[in-house]
Design a protein around this ligand. Structure first.
Ligand SMILES: NC(=O)c1ccc[n+]([C@@H]2O[C@H](COP(=O)([O-])OP(=O)(O)OC[C@H]3O[C@@H](n4cnc5c(N)ncnc54)[C@H](OP(=O)(O)O)[C@@H]3O)[C@@H](O)[C@H]2O)c1
Length: 343
Protein backbone atom coordinates (compact mmCIF):
# COMPACT_ATOMS: atom_id res chain seq x y z
CA UNK A 1 0.00 0.00 0.00
CA UNK A 2 1.18 3.49 -0.80
CA UNK A 3 2.17 5.71 2.10
CA UNK A 4 -0.40 4.37 4.52
CA UNK A 5 1.87 3.88 7.49
CA UNK A 6 2.46 6.82 9.81
CA UNK A 7 5.95 8.29 9.52
CA UNK A 8 8.00 7.14 12.53
CA UNK A 9 8.49 10.04 14.94
CA UNK A 10 12.16 9.25 15.41
CA UNK A 11 12.83 9.88 11.74
CA UNK A 12 11.26 13.33 11.94
CA UNK A 13 12.60 14.78 15.17
CA UNK A 14 15.31 17.37 14.78
CA UNK A 15 16.45 19.44 17.73
CA UNK A 16 18.07 22.66 16.58
CA UNK A 17 20.55 24.82 18.43
CA UNK A 18 19.33 27.82 20.42
CA UNK A 19 18.85 31.09 18.57
CA UNK A 20 18.72 34.13 20.79
CA UNK A 21 17.78 36.67 18.10
CA UNK A 22 14.69 38.70 19.02
CA UNK A 23 12.04 37.80 16.47
CA UNK A 24 9.89 40.27 14.58
CA UNK A 25 6.86 38.73 16.27
CA UNK A 26 8.35 39.18 19.73
CA UNK A 27 9.24 42.77 18.98
CA UNK A 28 5.59 43.52 18.08
CA UNK A 29 4.68 43.00 21.70
CA UNK A 30 7.44 45.11 23.20
CA UNK A 31 5.53 48.25 22.26
CA UNK A 32 2.16 47.13 23.57
CA UNK A 33 0.53 49.56 26.01
CA UNK A 34 -2.48 48.27 27.96
CA UNK A 35 -5.58 50.47 27.43
CA UNK A 36 -8.10 51.21 30.18
CA UNK A 37 -11.36 49.23 29.68
CA UNK A 38 -14.69 51.01 29.17
CA UNK A 39 -17.87 49.07 30.00
CA UNK A 40 -18.45 48.42 26.29
CA UNK A 41 -14.94 47.07 25.81
CA UNK A 42 -15.45 44.83 28.84
CA UNK A 43 -18.73 43.48 27.38
CA UNK A 44 -17.11 42.93 23.98
CA UNK A 45 -14.16 41.20 25.56
CA UNK A 46 -16.37 38.75 27.45
CA UNK A 47 -17.70 37.36 24.15
CA UNK A 48 -14.24 37.54 22.58
CA UNK A 49 -13.03 35.23 25.34
CA UNK A 50 -15.22 32.41 24.04
CA UNK A 51 -12.23 30.79 22.34
CA UNK A 52 -13.68 27.30 21.92
CA UNK A 53 -16.41 28.72 19.68
CA UNK A 54 -14.08 31.02 17.76
CA UNK A 55 -13.50 30.60 14.03
CA UNK A 56 -11.02 32.16 11.61
CA UNK A 57 -12.32 33.28 8.21
CA UNK A 58 -10.33 31.87 5.29
CA UNK A 59 -9.72 33.56 1.91
CA UNK A 60 -12.62 31.47 0.54
CA UNK A 61 -15.03 32.92 3.13
CA UNK A 62 -15.19 29.56 4.95
CA UNK A 63 -14.81 29.64 8.73
CA UNK A 64 -12.33 27.21 10.27
CA UNK A 65 -12.87 26.45 13.97
CA UNK A 66 -9.93 27.85 15.94
CA UNK A 67 -9.48 24.70 18.04
CA UNK A 68 -9.33 21.19 16.60
CA UNK A 69 -8.26 17.69 17.61
CA UNK A 70 -4.99 16.39 16.10
CA UNK A 71 -4.73 12.68 15.33
CA UNK A 72 -1.14 12.00 14.23
CA UNK A 73 0.13 8.92 16.12
CA UNK A 74 -3.41 8.26 17.36
CA UNK A 75 -3.65 4.58 16.66
CA UNK A 76 -6.74 3.04 15.07
CA UNK A 77 -7.46 1.35 18.42
CA UNK A 78 -7.65 4.69 20.23
CA UNK A 79 -8.62 7.39 17.77
CA UNK A 80 -12.29 6.45 17.35
CA UNK A 81 -12.95 7.07 21.06
CA UNK A 82 -10.78 10.20 21.05
CA UNK A 83 -12.69 11.77 18.15
CA UNK A 84 -16.03 10.86 19.73
CA UNK A 85 -14.96 12.29 23.11
CA UNK A 86 -13.66 15.50 21.52
CA UNK A 87 -16.80 16.14 19.48
CA UNK A 88 -19.04 15.42 22.47
CA UNK A 89 -16.91 17.81 24.50
CA UNK A 90 -17.54 20.58 21.94
CA UNK A 91 -14.58 20.37 19.53
CA UNK A 92 -15.78 21.02 15.97
CA UNK A 93 -12.58 20.49 14.00
CA UNK A 94 -10.75 17.20 13.40
CA UNK A 95 -7.35 16.95 11.70
CA UNK A 96 -6.24 13.72 10.06
CA UNK A 97 -4.23 12.56 7.04
CA UNK A 98 -4.01 9.61 4.71
CA UNK A 99 -0.48 9.06 6.05
CA UNK A 100 -1.76 8.66 9.64
CA UNK A 101 -3.45 5.38 8.66
CA UNK A 102 -6.48 6.19 10.85
CA UNK A 103 -9.00 7.89 8.53
CA UNK A 104 -11.50 5.01 8.81
CA UNK A 105 -11.57 5.18 12.61
CA UNK A 106 -11.69 8.98 12.56
CA UNK A 107 -14.82 8.67 10.40
CA UNK A 108 -16.27 6.09 12.81
CA UNK A 109 -15.63 8.47 15.73
CA UNK A 110 -17.40 11.29 13.89
CA UNK A 111 -20.47 9.09 13.37
CA UNK A 112 -20.37 7.73 16.95
CA UNK A 113 -20.41 11.28 18.33
CA UNK A 114 -23.90 12.00 17.05
CA UNK A 115 -22.80 15.51 16.06
CA UNK A 116 -24.26 16.43 12.65
CA UNK A 117 -21.68 16.31 9.86
CA UNK A 118 -22.35 19.90 8.78
CA UNK A 119 -21.29 21.16 12.23
CA UNK A 120 -17.85 19.54 11.95
CA UNK A 121 -14.74 20.75 10.11
CA UNK A 122 -12.74 17.82 8.77
CA UNK A 123 -9.23 18.26 7.39
CA UNK A 124 -7.28 15.50 5.69
CA UNK A 125 -4.10 15.49 3.63
CA UNK A 126 -2.71 14.17 0.36
CA UNK A 127 0.25 11.89 1.01
CA UNK A 128 3.64 12.54 -0.63
CA UNK A 129 3.55 9.33 -2.69
CA UNK A 130 0.12 10.22 -4.11
CA UNK A 131 1.03 13.62 -5.63
CA UNK A 132 0.71 12.35 -9.22
CA UNK A 133 -2.65 10.70 -8.46
CA UNK A 134 -4.56 13.42 -6.59
CA UNK A 135 -7.96 12.14 -7.69
CA UNK A 136 -7.19 8.69 -6.30
CA UNK A 137 -5.86 10.32 -3.12
CA UNK A 138 -9.05 12.20 -2.30
CA UNK A 139 -11.21 9.25 -3.35
CA UNK A 140 -9.26 6.99 -1.00
CA UNK A 141 -9.52 9.46 1.91
CA UNK A 142 -13.27 10.04 1.47
CA UNK A 143 -13.88 6.30 1.24
CA UNK A 144 -11.86 5.61 4.40
CA UNK A 145 -13.52 8.47 6.28
CA UNK A 146 -16.96 7.40 5.02
CA UNK A 147 -17.71 11.03 4.13
CA UNK A 148 -19.03 12.77 1.02
CA UNK A 149 -16.71 15.75 1.41
CA UNK A 150 -13.90 17.19 3.49
CA UNK A 151 -13.79 20.81 4.56
CA UNK A 152 -10.07 21.16 3.88
CA UNK A 153 -7.70 19.08 1.77
CA UNK A 154 -4.00 19.84 2.26
CA UNK A 155 -0.91 18.90 0.31
CA UNK A 156 0.86 17.27 3.27
CA UNK A 157 4.42 18.13 2.20
CA UNK A 158 5.90 19.88 -0.87
CA UNK A 159 7.57 16.62 -1.87
CA UNK A 160 6.38 14.44 -4.76
CA UNK A 161 8.00 11.27 -3.44
CA UNK A 162 8.46 8.23 -5.67
CA UNK A 163 6.15 5.51 -4.28
CA UNK A 164 8.63 2.83 -5.38
CA UNK A 165 11.59 4.42 -3.62
CA UNK A 166 10.86 6.83 -0.78
CA UNK A 167 14.37 8.28 -1.03
CA UNK A 168 13.66 9.54 -4.57
CA UNK A 169 11.63 12.43 -5.91
CA UNK A 170 9.48 11.64 -8.97
CA UNK A 171 11.54 12.77 -11.98
CA UNK A 172 8.59 14.13 -13.98
CA UNK A 173 6.49 15.68 -11.23
CA UNK A 174 6.62 18.54 -8.69
CA UNK A 175 4.31 20.28 -6.22
CA UNK A 176 3.23 22.79 -8.89
CA UNK A 177 1.71 19.94 -10.88
CA UNK A 178 0.16 18.57 -7.70
CA UNK A 179 -1.44 21.95 -6.98
CA UNK A 180 -2.79 22.11 -10.55
CA UNK A 181 -4.59 18.83 -9.85
CA UNK A 182 -5.75 19.95 -6.42
CA UNK A 183 -7.22 23.14 -7.90
CA UNK A 184 -9.75 20.98 -9.77
CA UNK A 185 -11.20 19.57 -6.55
CA UNK A 186 -13.38 22.40 -5.11
CA UNK A 187 -15.56 22.34 -8.25
CA UNK A 188 -16.43 18.70 -7.49
CA UNK A 189 -17.95 19.61 -4.11
CA UNK A 190 -15.96 16.78 -2.51
CA UNK A 191 -13.40 19.26 -1.16
CA UNK A 192 -14.58 22.63 0.18
CA UNK A 193 -11.18 24.29 0.57
CA UNK A 194 -7.65 23.43 -0.52
CA UNK A 195 -4.41 24.29 1.17
CA UNK A 196 -0.83 23.28 1.82
CA UNK A 197 1.26 22.13 4.73
CA UNK A 198 4.95 22.46 5.56
CA UNK A 199 5.40 25.20 2.96
CA UNK A 200 8.26 27.58 3.72
CA UNK A 201 8.34 31.10 2.22
CA UNK A 202 10.61 29.91 -0.62
CA UNK A 203 8.18 27.24 -1.76
CA UNK A 204 5.14 29.50 -1.28
CA UNK A 205 6.84 32.07 -3.54
CA UNK A 206 7.43 29.37 -6.17
CA UNK A 207 3.79 28.30 -5.96
CA UNK A 208 2.15 31.74 -5.87
CA UNK A 209 4.35 33.16 -8.65
CA UNK A 210 3.68 30.31 -11.05
CA UNK A 211 1.13 31.18 -13.76
CA UNK A 212 -0.63 27.86 -13.14
CA UNK A 213 -1.54 28.94 -9.60
CA UNK A 214 -5.16 30.12 -9.84
CA UNK A 215 -6.18 29.43 -6.23
CA UNK A 216 -4.22 30.87 -3.31
CA UNK A 217 -4.01 28.16 -0.64
CA UNK A 218 -6.60 28.82 2.07
CA UNK A 219 -4.35 27.39 4.79
CA UNK A 220 -0.70 26.57 5.43
CA UNK A 221 -0.49 24.02 8.25
CA UNK A 222 2.94 24.37 9.85
CA UNK A 223 4.83 23.48 13.00
CA UNK A 224 4.37 26.32 15.50
CA UNK A 225 5.18 26.43 19.21
CA UNK A 226 7.35 28.76 21.32
CA UNK A 227 10.51 26.92 20.29
CA UNK A 228 9.52 27.09 16.59
CA UNK A 229 7.65 30.41 16.38
CA UNK A 230 8.28 31.17 12.64
CA UNK A 231 7.15 34.83 12.79
CA UNK A 232 8.39 35.68 9.27
CA UNK A 233 6.48 32.79 7.77
CA UNK A 234 3.31 33.75 9.66
CA UNK A 235 3.68 37.38 8.50
CA UNK A 236 4.25 36.26 4.91
CA UNK A 237 1.15 34.05 4.95
CA UNK A 238 -0.91 36.86 6.47
CA UNK A 239 0.15 39.23 3.68
CA UNK A 240 -0.91 36.66 1.10
CA UNK A 241 -4.25 35.89 2.77
CA UNK A 242 -3.22 32.41 3.89
CA UNK A 243 -4.38 31.29 7.33
CA UNK A 244 -1.85 29.34 9.43
CA UNK A 245 -2.80 26.31 11.48
CA UNK A 246 -0.30 25.41 14.20
CA UNK A 247 0.71 21.75 14.36
CA UNK A 248 2.71 20.20 17.19
CA UNK A 249 1.35 23.27 18.97
CA UNK A 250 2.24 21.83 22.41
CA UNK A 251 5.62 20.45 21.28
CA UNK A 252 4.37 16.95 20.30
CA UNK A 253 5.12 13.59 21.91
CA UNK A 254 7.49 13.87 24.89
CA UNK A 255 7.32 17.65 24.61
CA UNK A 256 10.21 19.39 26.40
CA UNK A 257 7.88 22.40 26.76
CA UNK A 258 5.94 20.55 29.49
CA UNK A 259 9.06 20.82 31.70
CA UNK A 260 10.07 24.33 30.67
CA UNK A 261 10.66 26.47 33.80
CA UNK A 262 9.35 29.70 32.25
CA UNK A 263 6.14 28.03 31.14
CA UNK A 264 5.69 26.09 34.40
CA UNK A 265 5.98 29.28 36.46
CA UNK A 266 3.76 31.33 34.18
CA UNK A 267 1.11 28.59 34.10
CA UNK A 268 1.24 28.14 37.89
CA UNK A 269 0.88 31.90 38.48
CA UNK A 270 -2.17 31.89 36.21
CA UNK A 271 -3.67 28.73 37.70
CA UNK A 272 -3.65 27.05 34.26
CA UNK A 273 -1.90 24.04 32.76
CA UNK A 274 1.16 24.48 30.55
CA UNK A 275 -0.80 22.84 27.73
CA UNK A 276 -3.61 25.41 27.66
CA UNK A 277 -1.10 28.25 28.02
CA UNK A 278 0.63 26.93 24.88
CA UNK A 279 -2.68 26.66 23.05
CA UNK A 280 -3.76 30.15 24.07
CA UNK A 281 -0.38 31.54 22.92
CA UNK A 282 -1.07 30.01 19.49
CA UNK A 283 -4.65 31.26 19.36
CA UNK A 284 -3.73 34.80 20.39
CA UNK A 285 -1.20 34.88 17.53
CA UNK A 286 -4.13 34.34 15.14
CA UNK A 287 -3.40 30.71 14.32
CA UNK A 288 -5.79 27.79 14.70
CA UNK A 289 -4.46 25.01 16.95
CA UNK A 290 -4.95 21.24 16.69
CA UNK A 291 -3.76 19.66 19.97
CA UNK A 292 -3.56 15.88 19.80
CA UNK A 293 -4.54 13.56 22.60
CA UNK A 294 -6.03 10.09 22.82
CA UNK A 295 -6.69 10.57 26.54
CA UNK A 296 -10.29 11.72 27.21
CA UNK A 297 -9.32 13.66 30.38
CA UNK A 298 -6.61 15.55 28.46
CA UNK A 299 -8.94 16.17 25.51
CA UNK A 300 -11.30 17.83 28.00
CA UNK A 301 -8.50 19.68 29.83
CA UNK A 302 -7.09 21.08 26.56
CA UNK A 303 -10.49 22.61 25.79
CA UNK A 304 -10.50 24.79 28.94
CA UNK A 305 -9.78 27.88 26.90
CA UNK A 306 -12.77 30.15 27.53
CA UNK A 307 -12.97 33.18 29.80
CA UNK A 308 -9.28 34.00 30.07
CA UNK A 309 -6.38 35.24 27.99
CA UNK A 310 -2.65 35.81 28.19
CA UNK A 311 -1.57 39.39 28.78
CA UNK A 312 0.75 41.12 26.33
CA UNK A 313 3.57 40.71 28.86
CA UNK A 314 2.90 36.96 29.18
CA UNK A 315 2.86 36.56 25.41
CA UNK A 316 6.11 38.47 25.20
CA UNK A 317 7.68 36.25 27.85
CA UNK A 318 6.68 33.07 25.98
CA UNK A 319 7.71 34.51 22.61
CA UNK A 320 11.14 35.41 24.01
CA UNK A 321 12.11 31.85 24.93
CA UNK A 322 15.48 31.36 23.18
CA UNK A 323 15.51 27.59 22.64
CA UNK A 324 14.74 26.23 19.18
CA UNK A 325 13.63 22.77 18.08
CA UNK A 326 11.62 21.28 15.28
CA UNK A 327 9.57 18.12 15.74
CA UNK A 328 9.21 17.52 12.01
CA UNK A 329 12.39 18.01 10.02
CA UNK A 330 12.93 17.24 6.35
CA UNK A 331 15.85 14.77 6.52
CA UNK A 332 13.49 11.86 5.77
CA UNK A 333 12.32 13.45 2.50
CA UNK A 334 14.02 13.25 -0.92
CA UNK A 335 14.01 17.08 -1.15
CA UNK A 336 14.69 19.89 1.31
CA UNK A 337 11.56 21.78 2.31
CA UNK A 338 12.84 23.92 5.20
CA UNK A 339 15.31 26.71 4.46
CA UNK A 340 15.65 28.57 7.76
CA UNK A 341 13.65 31.48 6.27
CA UNK A 342 10.86 31.42 8.83
CA UNK A 343 12.21 33.93 11.39
N1 LIG B 1 0.94 18.73 8.70
C1 LIG B 1 1.90 18.03 9.29
O1 LIG B 1 2.93 17.67 8.71
C2 LIG B 1 1.74 17.67 10.74
C3 LIG B 1 2.84 17.24 11.48
C4 LIG B 1 2.66 16.95 12.83
C5 LIG B 1 1.42 17.08 13.40
N2 LIG B 1 0.34 17.47 12.65
C6 LIG B 1 -1.03 17.57 13.22
O2 LIG B 1 -0.95 18.36 14.40
C7 LIG B 1 -1.47 17.59 15.50
C8 LIG B 1 -0.83 18.02 16.80
O3 LIG B 1 0.57 17.82 16.79
P1 LIG B 1 1.30 16.62 17.55
O4 LIG B 1 0.45 15.43 17.59
O5 LIG B 1 2.64 16.50 16.93
O6 LIG B 1 1.55 17.15 19.02
P2 LIG B 1 0.87 18.01 20.17
O7 LIG B 1 -0.58 18.15 19.95
O8 LIG B 1 1.71 19.22 20.30
O9 LIG B 1 1.18 17.09 21.44
C9 LIG B 1 0.62 15.82 21.57
C10 LIG B 1 1.27 15.11 22.76
O10 LIG B 1 0.94 15.77 23.98
C11 LIG B 1 0.27 14.85 24.85
N3 LIG B 1 -0.75 15.62 25.55
C12 LIG B 1 -1.89 16.15 25.02
N4 LIG B 1 -2.57 16.84 25.95
C13 LIG B 1 -1.88 16.74 27.10
C14 LIG B 1 -2.09 17.22 28.41
N5 LIG B 1 -3.15 17.97 28.72
N6 LIG B 1 -1.16 16.90 29.37
C15 LIG B 1 -0.07 16.15 29.06
N7 LIG B 1 0.18 15.66 27.83
C16 LIG B 1 -0.71 15.96 26.86
C17 LIG B 1 -0.29 13.77 23.96
O11 LIG B 1 -0.41 12.55 24.69
P3 LIG B 1 -1.69 11.55 24.65
O12 LIG B 1 -2.20 11.50 23.24
O13 LIG B 1 -1.08 10.28 25.09
O14 LIG B 1 -2.69 12.10 25.61
C18 LIG B 1 0.78 13.68 22.89
O15 LIG B 1 1.87 12.90 23.35
C19 LIG B 1 -1.17 16.16 15.06
O16 LIG B 1 -1.84 15.20 15.84
C20 LIG B 1 -1.60 16.21 13.62
O17 LIG B 1 -3.00 16.17 13.49
C21 LIG B 1 0.49 17.78 11.32
Amino acid sequence: MLGLSPTPLTSLIRRASPNTALSHFQSQFLHFKPQPFSSTTTAKMASDLNWTKKTFTLNTGAKIPAVGLGTWQSSPGQVREAVKAALQQGYRHIDTALAYGNEKEVGDGIRDSGVPREEIWVTTKLDNTWHHIVEEGITSSLKSLGLDYVDLYLMHWPSSTDPKDLKKHLPDWDFLKTWQEMQKLPASGRVKNIGVSNFAIKNLETLLNDPSCKIVPAVNQIELHPNCPSPKLIDYCKQKGIHCTAYSCMGSTGSPLYQNETLLKLAADKGKSVQVVLLKWGLQRGTSVIPKSVTPKRIEANFQLDGWELTAEEIEKISSMPERFKVCGDAWLPVRVFFGDDE
